[in-house]
Design a protein around this ligand. Structure first.
Ligand SMILES: NC(=O)c1ccc[n+]([C@@H]2O[C@H](COP(=O)([O-])OP(=O)(O)OC[C@H]3O[C@@H](n4cnc5c(N)ncnc54)[C@H](O)[C@@H]3O)[C@@H](O)[C@H]2O)c1
Length: 243
């Protein structure tokens, strides 16, 4: 029996990278998973996982689409135990190269998205008396890293949202926690400057970037009953980069 047997999880941004790794691991641990993404290729990931998974095309910044996702998850799998707010927009630029549209896009996906998600899953989780919400922040929300002004702003905000929601949702039996990944080998960083990536990688005490599965394992722990007394935690997983 897997550590997530009987649980149903929604994972946003699951068409690739960490979200895909989480969906695959959660399913392997016995969960039913609802993968969502703006990229349609998430459908192929869900199909590859099998009957334990479905894909729903979703822009996390749309309130109406959140209602559809929660309704469909309940309709298909009958319950809702876990939400992983994993989807994010990343266009690293310093403040003076950040225009309003770019700033607003980061806020819409990385802040409004998780806010709408937490609100949308509250009622079914409250009715069940339990739930686990996992917000994927970043070490960019723990340090002052120049060159990613809008993105860092949102990841700092998500930490505050995690703590506040944890305090508000605790009495309903809903645990809210955050993970702060360091440098993880996914499209998000691979499509940006390779020289920057090499420079960062050399600064990591373990000497390498992380694999998506290494974050998925933390998410699976937070999703499971093994973490039943962990509320409002911020788990840094960066191989010592920000020590
Ligand atoms: N890769 C890293 O080094 C790193 C480091 C720290 C934190 N993170 C965080 O980890 C999470 C996962 O990122 P990743 O590394 O797997 O990158 P990724 O680019 O592979 O995954 C992000 C996913 O979010 C989806 N997405 C973007 N906008 C969306 C929207 N409006 N609605 C729904 N889906 C949307 C993308 O299509 C993509 O599939 C993100 O929250 C990211 O900020 C990543």
């Amino acid at each position: 029996m897997g550590k997530l047997t009987g649980k149903v999880a929604i994972i946003t941004g699951a068409a690739g990278g960490q979200g895909e790794a989480e969906a695959r691991l959660f399913a392997a641990e016995g969960a039913k998973v609802v993968l969502t993404d703006i990229q349609k290729k998430g459908a192929a990931v869900a199909a590859d996982i099998g009957p334990a998974a479905i894909f729903i095309e979703q822009d996390v910044s749309s309130q109406a689409q959140w209602q559809e996702v929660v309704t469909e998850a309940l309709h298909r799998f009958g319950r809702l135990d876990v939400l992983v707010n994993n989807a994010a927009y990343y266009d690293p630029k310093p403040l003076m190269e950040t225009d309003l549209a770019m700033f607003d896009r980061h806020l819409a996906v990385n802040v409004t998205g998780p806010m709408l998600g937490m609100k949308a899953v509250f009622e079914p989780m409250r009715a069940a008396g339990a739930g686990s919400i996992i917000n994927i922040s970043s070490i960019s929300g723990t340090r002052k890293i120049p060159g990613q002004f809008a993105y860092a702003t949102t990841k700092w905000a998500l930490r505050g949202m995690t703590g506040t929601a944890a305090a508000e949702f605790g009495r309903a039996g809903i645990r809210v926690n955050a993970i702060m990944p360091g440098m993880i080998r996914t499209d998000m960083i691979l499509k940006h400057d390779p020289e920057d990536n090499d420079r960062f990688e050399q600064m990591i005490p373990l000497g390498r970037a992380g694999q998506p599965r290494e974050i998925a394992q933390i998410a699976a722990f937070l999703a499971s009953d093994e973490s039943s007394y962990i509320v409002g935690a911020e788990i840094i997983a960066d191989a010592g980069l920000t020590l």
